[in-house]
Design a protein. Sequence first.
Length: 170
Amino acid sequence: MNIKNISLIGFMGSGKSTIGNMLSKELKMLFIDIDRIIEISENKIIKDIFEAEGEKYFRNLESEVIKKIYSNKNCIFACGGGVVERVENMSIIKSSSTIVYLHISAHESYERLKFTKDRPLLEGKDRKKIIERLMKKRDVLYNKYADIKVDTMDMSNEKIIKNIMVKLGI
Ligand code: S3P
């Protein structure tokens, strides 16, 4: 099938990598996880990049990868949760893909991520508050850039994939 690139955006824990992987098999498109590309290019996991170089360095890497990788066609991209915070990222992503917002509530994100050690932005005294604060800022942006929005709560991955395909008219 030869359809336009698809980008999955959404908050941490919304399932962008899992859904992206499954959807790519269903649609026979190449799956590209932007965080994994960053990790390979730096030979370090995200957490260690944040620890060693800080968030700004990571954001710059993320923007560089986006600039290069969106010249590919027929791909499904999983974007990091913070991708919407830079207009330059989103103008590239918007012009070269259909954007799918995988929606999750702050409460559900917290439930999924309360024990994780691999999300550097969530390290701090009150993880629930951190998630709520970030979500408040970002949900507006996810909605603004999305071509379609799909709920991911109380739904099997298969149902989520089906909903995406229906909304995309595939
Ligand atoms: C981030 C989300 C992470 C990763 C990095 C920053 C964010 O990706 O890019 O830790 O700013 O929300 P996931 O959304 O895949 O967890």
